[in-house]
Write a protein that binds this ligand. Sequence first.
Ligand SMILES: [Zn+2]
Ligand SMILES: [Zn+2]
Length: 876
Amino acid sequence: MKWTGVNELREAYLSFFESKGHLRHKSFPLVPQNDKSVLLINAGMTPLKKYFTGELEPPRRRMTTCQKCIRTPDIERVGITARHGTYFEMLGNFSFGDYFKKEAIPWAWEFVTKVIDLPVEKLWATIYEEDDEAFDIWTKDVGLSPDRIVRLGKEDNFWEHGSGPCGPCSEIYFDRGEEFGCGKPDCKPGCDCDRYMEFWNLVFTQFNNDGHNNYSRLSKPNIDTGMGLERLACIMQNVNNLFEVDTVRNIMKAAEKKAGVVYGTDPATDVSLRVITDHIRSTVFLISDGVVPSNEGRGYVLRRLLRRAARHGRLIGIRDSFLSDIAEVVAHENYSEYPELTEKIGYIKKIISIEEERFAATIDAGLVMLSEMTESARKAGSSVLSGADAFRLYDTFGFPVDITREVAKENGMTLDEDSFNKLMSEQKSRARAARANISGWSDASKNLVKGFEKTDFVGYENDECEAKVIGIIEDDESVISVNEGTFSVITDRTVFYGEGGGQVGDTGKITSDGAEITVINTLKTDGVFLHICRSEAGTLSVGDKVLLKIDAERRAAIRRNHTACHMLQAALRSVLGEHVEQAGSYVDDTRLRFDFTHYEALKEDELLKVENIVNGHILAAEEVRTEVMSLEDAKKTGAMALFGEKYGDKVRVVSVGDFSRELCGGTHLTNSSRAGLFKIISESSVAAGVRRIEATTGLGVLRLIAENEALISDTSKELKASVISELPRRAAALQAELRNAKKEIETLNGRLAASRTESIRNGARDVGGLRVIAVELKDGTPDMPRSICDEFKASDPLSVTVIATVSGDKLTFAASCGKDAVARGAHAGNILKRLSSVVGGGGGGRPDSASSGGKNPDKLNEALGIIPDIVQEMIK
Ligand SMILES: [Zn+2]
Ligand SMILES: [Zn+2]
């Protein structure tokens, strides 16, 4: 056995099975493709499930992969011990109804004993207790001594998930040596101690469980094996855990360097180093596979990992953003198998820095608040942090609950999980309700249409059709809030598009022999269309033959915007990258609105590029095709589907040339050129990581131009520019004029103040050698009295100055005394105090500077008149 690096081990395994006729396949993305049963790929066979079930045909009957996996059920345990990690890789070889045990077991043995040279005396195998077939292969074909084989029961060596394919397993163990053992005489694989380490599990899927534990043999059994790459590396490198394996250790070294600490010297520091090391690995691979931080699903997993890593960085003394630098090390260490990390490193670092900075802005305030919360809980004699507190931290500071829980734990407290979860789910349902309201459609509507046949929609090709009225519902306001005097009409068929898929409902007319009805909106639920109507003349009855006619001009505008919306999405993906995913859309006759995942505001040149691409495809006059096919077929064509959206068996695929292909039930153009022209109106943020573009097409662009022209023409008039081209020059000239005028005003004001100050100074009266000034200042600026007082105090040590101003029935006094005046007993504060006995109000201040108010303007002259006497008394 020779020391082997992680990257070399991976290569050795994959090329070995390649030599055994396996198709070597690159790791599938962490984000499951067309599989909503898991949030993230968490086992090597998960992306291959459909090959095992026969739902999809595999590219070859033998495959081998090294699969990226993320497991997050116990994020908080990660780091505390060295056993847990969120990110790991699984080596596996798979047979889809091809080879079976007779090949799988000897190959596994050949790999471990010949390729990586594990010493035979260290190896053990376990089998399912009833699997004599495996026992025979191990002993006869492989030649393993029977006393090295342990038979274990169903819970250990039988792979099963409810009903469906299942079967026995055989595991290969490595004996780490007596020093890891419990010392009991019967210690062997299956024992609870650390001596025997399982590292490879071979699953023989040979039965089908009918759900009642009746097992029948599969005609074509499968092989599914899994070996943790990092665990194997631990054996090959003779280290204790994944954090000591070469590539992982190198990542940790980068963190040590950043913090100026060394692993293995302090238990608390070690925890933080392990958290950072593990989480940054997950983070880099998640972002590379298109996940961006958000508050839901995969995005929230990423956010939790990033924020927990950021907090642990602080715990070991790193004050600045650092994770994006460590991301580079992750890319470097994984270059041989995942060169895409290096290709995307700029993007990956950017996402990490943005999230790090966003969190940095709140983490300190949040931690202060959290420590106040734990403190006050403790004072109240409780060791439980309330759910409301944890929720407030989440809501205000973006603290993932893991962090709150962890900090609480560090302080010897627990968290009231139930009440926190309750608040979280309340918030989620509020958000859901808000979304439901926007679509104007409530669950109650389902009752409304109960019993009606699904409406036959013929509006993709037609603007009008004949139909029969099959239901009329006088609207109950609690069900649909619409204008007074409206009612809903249900017909057997319709051309009216029912609001849905982000497209507004159609409007138009329903006419019969005796009635003319205006349709103000169309809704759809469970396949039944409701025409929301207002009667213009006459009445309708069930059974009436009617003519349905949509407002075709409005519909045409909607078509333009909807097709453009698809083109916009395709253009955004080509300009910004594949991480762009639809987060919402809205299309009506005046504009389109498209929300999508992206981490920052679009730059001007990016917007221009997007606009140019869409217009390029409009001018190229590309055919817009709509095809109905099975969901599987649609996905094979690479059509964009919405994550989390429910689709029926048959779906409609809308394509614009080869440029855009989406699943969509909306109404579209027949040719891209019919959009006319595409113009972006605005770009903005909707939520963290979600951007919104509003745009318009066709006549909407014309309207935009007209509006802009009106704006320009109004501006021209105001600026007295005779031709448009003169506008910038006029505006610049006016700005310059304004600047000059302001300057002039400043100069004049300064001069005015100086001359006024001069005349005030000239009005000083001599009182025992002091120069006493007591005047009312009319129409000065509000800060003038104060500045005059200050100036006199500074320039004339013998001055005593009181300046009064009147505003309405309010008096204000400012007063000051020069240095020598104060030395002789003058006191500005006391002077004003004395005045208040005359004018009311109050005030005072220091000997050299004071201010006060008064209420009696009539008494102002009297007050000013007694000031010389007051001063005289003071200096006696
Ligand atoms: Zn033991
Ligand atoms: Zn659409």
